[in-house]
Design a protein around this ligand. Structure first.
Ligand SMILES: O=P(O)(O)O[C@H]1O[C@H](CO)[C@@H](O)[C@H]1O
Ligand SMILES: O=c1cc[nH]c(=O)[nH]1
Length: 289
């Protein structure tokens, strides 16, 4: 079935609407970062850069590390941007732009986020490189998509829903990381459930001047337990990435450079060093995926 011109917008030069990319511009292995300035912090380690493009906050570099073709792309902040990036990346590989039809043979991308995050457990110090075993969304994105849970995800989400039941404004959703990427890129990293919040301040329990509606949100978050599972950190994209990757048939892993300890009330004095460590660790393992 032909996808309409208003559902899938292709620019006059053949590029996808927001990302400004042609299907041939992206590799099958994609690194996403939030900050547009972080794209060159990743691609500076490539042996060769073949393409640099961008529009708005969506900056893309594609190149090679050894024999491996890699795309690094910035998403900007928040799951509303993840909605755009993931639908458009998927369209670039799985929709024929000439016929506007879904291709018969679908491509599954390997997508690795390298992001920054704040820890909520005392034994996850600043400087930790943490792989998200699960993304737990406190935002509203997945209310708009049909998505199914595995048995393990359902059991864990039921426990999470009971723990947060008194927060009537949220409908949490949960998706596991790609096993393949967790066991390669994420091997021997600290692991935990990552909360994706719809904001940086009160939605992550921060208090500056405006009053928070949820008292001691960090205490509520870090006291959750379900078997060996606990919530380790907070950021703003991972749950949307995991959930949309699963819906669209892609593999996803989120690697978090822990810059803040929310329980020790500290923020890293050397954030670039921590992020660089995460970038180098991911790139040193990327040939395995
Ligand atoms: O450093 P990035 O990848 O942007 O990630 C984190 O930093 C931003 C907030 O400062 C949010 O996007 C959050 O998820
Ligand atoms: O605490 C933090 C640090 C980075 N990014 C976030 O979203 N939260």
């Amino acid at each position: 079935m032909k996808i309409s011109e208003s559902d899938l917008i292709i620019n006059p030069d053949g590029t996808i609407y927001h990302l400004n990319l042609l299907p041939e511009d992206i590799a099958d292995t994609i690194i996403t970062v939030g900050d547009p300035d972080r794209v060159s912090e990743v691609s500076k380690y490539f042996d060769r850069i073949e393409l640099k493009k961008g529009k708005r906050e969506f900056i893309t570099h594609t190149g090679y590390l050894g024999q491996k073709r890699i795309t690094v792309l910035s998403t900007g902040i928040g799951t509303d941007n993840i909605d755009i990036v993931f639908n458009e990346l998927d369209a670039l590989v799985n929709i024929d732009f000439q016929t506007r039809e879904i291709k018969k043979n679908l491509t599954s991308l390997n997508i690795i986020r390298i992001g920054t995050s704040g820890a909520v457990q005392a034994d996850v110090p600043m400087g930790t490189i943490l792989a998200s075993a699960y993304g737990l969304g406190m935002d509203a994105l997945m209310n708009y998509y049909v998505h199914e849970l595995s048995g393990d995800e359902r059991l864990l989400l039921d426990d999470i829903k009971s723990h947060f039941a008194h927060l009537k404004h949220i409908n949490p959703y949960l998706t596991a990381a790609s096993d393949k990427l967790l066991n390669t890129i994420g091997k021997d990293m600290a692991k935990g459930i990552t909360i994706t919040a719809p904001g940086f301040y009160a939605p992550q329990g921060r208090i500056v001047r405006a009053k928070n509606s949820v008292p001691d949100f960090i205490g509520l978050i870090n006291s959750f337990r379900s078997n060996q599972n606990r919530i380790t950190n907070l950021e703003m994209e991972t749950a949307g990435i995991y959930a949309l990757a699963k819906v669209l048939g892609h593999q996803a892993l989120s690697v978090n450079a822990i810059l803040a300890s929310r329980v020790n009330f500290e923020f890293s004095k050397e954030p670039n060093k921590v992020v660089d460590e995460a970038i180098k660790t991911v790139l040193s393992r990327i040939a395995e995926v």
